[in-house]
Design a protein around this ligand. Structure first.
Ligand code: HEC
Length: 125
């Protein structure tokens, strides 16, 4: 075995390169795994149907429509006559309007939006 007689010191640079390369690709791999985990977490959030309409309203709407009344945004007390169509109301909430921010599916999934609309309808009796 001729290799056994090679001065180990001569192998060192080669070893460094090989280790360096694998450390680098491990870093890439970890990054990739973290990215996949983040994407899965986002999907998980989008799938969650945990928040009720009232919770969603308090979280995302109450600052500007306090208690469903006028604040920075207009009162929602007449919402059933102003926007009687659920699909139209949902589209407005998804898109936002003027100073009103849009709500993406990542922050509020479709079943949650349904809950929110039921809650909004209940504000207008
Ligand atoms: C940053 C403040 C702000 C937040 C947060 C906000 N809105 Fe608004 N909202 C407004 C403003 C301002 C308008 C008026 C927009 C315009 O017509 O230019 C408005 C308009 C509306 C309208 C239309 C009212 C009408 O009679 O035409 C609805 C419905 C509405 N908001 C519901 C919501 C809901 C539901 C949420 C929570 C998901 C929400 N808003 C969050 C500021 C806000």
């Amino acid at each position: 075995m001729r290799l056994l007689f090679v001065n180990p010191a001569k192998l060192l640079p080669l070893l460094t390169v090989v280790l360096g390369l694998s450390a680098c690709s491990i870093g890439e791999e970890v990054k990739h795994i973290e990215e996949v985990q983040r994407a899965e977490m986002r999907q998980e959030t989008a799938r969650s149907e945990n928040l009720t309409g009232e919770q969603l309203f308090v979280r995302s709407c109450n600052t500007c429509h306090p208690g469903g009344l006028a604040g920075m945004g207009p009162s929602l007390a007449e919402i059933n006559t102003a926007i009687p169509d659920d699909a139209q109301l949902k589209a407005l909430i998804r898109k936002g309007r003027g100073n009103m921010p849009p709500q993406s599916k990542e922050t509020m999934n479709d079943p949650e939006l349904d809950n929110l609309v039921v809650y909004l309808r209940s504000l207008n009796k």
